[in-house]
Design a protein around this ligand. Structure first.
Ligand SMILES: [Zn+2]
Ligand SMILES: [Zn+2]
Ligand SMILES: [Zn+2]
Length: 134
């Protein structure tokens, strides 16, 4: 029997498995640190700018005028190329829509590698993950 066949059922250290390597790669590829291509349609053409995930909200504000100008709750419509969503959303909801639908952000639990569509649900899971050592 190969030692590489050992799975996570005893709570002790294992050799560095393919699964570990995959997990590290996924964390390094966290959407916040990956470059994304912006396909926001402005004046008839797609932006095409490449922006690191972390700076996407800044980019949307500075290049596409998605910002809050002292109104209580300004609403924006998604102008992403090919997007058929015509609902008006607040800036925060629009940013989440862009991240989830157009940039296809995925969030991993650093603990178990489970994938989530939203950072909030990932964080909620992560808070509990590993607490009970099952
Ligand atoms: Zn853009
Ligand atoms: Zn959209
Ligand atoms: Zn987890």
């Amino acid at each position: 029997m190969s030692q590489n066949m050992a799975y996570y059922n005893d709570g002790y250290n294992h050799d560095f498995t393919d699964e570990d390597a995959m997990r590290l790669v996924r964390i390094a590829a966290s959407p916040e640190y990956r470059p994304h291509t912006c396909r926001w349609i402005d004046s008839g053409t797609a932006c095409d700018g490449v922006i690191q995930g972390l700076y996407f909200p800044t980019h949307m504000r500075e290049c596409h005028s998605i910002f809050v100008v002292g109104q209580d709750s300004p609403r924006f419509q998604c102008q992403w190329e090919g997007c058929s969503d015509t609902t008006l959303a607040s800036k925060d909801i629009l940013m989440r829509h862009i991240q989830e639908r157009h940039l296809l952000w995925r969030w991993n639990c650093p603990n178990c590698g489970m994938v989530f569509l939203g950072k909030v649900s990932r964080n909620a899971h992560h808070a509990l993950c590993g607490v009970s050592n099952k």
